[in-house]
Design a protein around this ligand. Sequence first.
Ligand code: PBG
Length: 326
Amino acid sequence: MTTLDLLSRPRRNRRSANIRAFHRETHLGPQHFIYPLFVHEKAADEPISAMPGCSRLSPEGLMREVEEAWDVGVRALVLFPAIESALKTPTGDESFNDNGLIPRTIKALKDRWPELVVVTDVALDPYSTEGHDGLVSPDGRILNDETIEVLCKQALSQARAGADIISPSDMMDGRVGAIRESLDAEGFIDVSILAYTAKYASAFYGPFRDALDSAPKHGDKKTYQMDPCNVREAMREVALDEEEGADMIMVKPAGPYLDVIRAVREFTVLPVAAYQVSGEYAMLKAACERGWLEEKKVAVESLQAIRRAGADMILTYYAKQAAVWL
Ligand code: PBG
């Protein structure tokens, strides 16, 4: 056996855990996570079938879940409401009820954990009998400017309740600027906007829509969410959200869109978030339940890959579990 005459042996830099650790390029910890949680009015938690480990949480269940997450270092969450069908209307007016489920939940959380970063979603789909993020005209179009008036009211009711970060996920044009103006006009100059800037019309949202019973009754979301084939268009959205005063930018989904995260990262100096969505979580869970993949390892690797692509923060249903694994 002769020794090869190799000047460079990259393996030298990988030869022990301590050597690997000191030149690791990507770091992942609970400080990077935003934990999406589903809440409802009922007294018991209801497991969500395509999202093992996630439930629609009762008020008490939410407190328990947040306490566990807090104890392992998770400091930010985003709330999604499962609204009872009796409260859904074509115009989604429950979305700006100051005494609605979300404002009450925000207050309860901030009372108990003043330091917790509470992010809220702005869009009409959980509140609308139509299951669309915006108002629907009689002929089935999604009305942009009319919707924005409602979204501003929704954002204000969340800010009044104490939300730290308002996160419009609706993809209407001009909503970031309009929400910023409404917040400022009521004195909420310190409430941030995390814009779902590059949100794609993705089939990976299926389990989420089941969880909230919020799938569109007619049509799809392609006239407002982005075409999965596009990346340049995302830069146009970033430029607009920056001009309109967004504090942070989001790419969604995350795993199948790592190239978009990278491009957005290079295009903006704002913090970039990425959303590992329900379908990404469901795929990992399903394969791991069958013993085809090792959950701890693939979950952490999927999150590292999203960070490596350029995300500062990750919205992930794995937040609590991954915080323990790390
Ligand atoms: C809707 C909204 C969706 C998600 C977050 N906010 C679904 C959609 O746009 O249809 C999806 C999140 C997930 O799949 O985990 N405003």
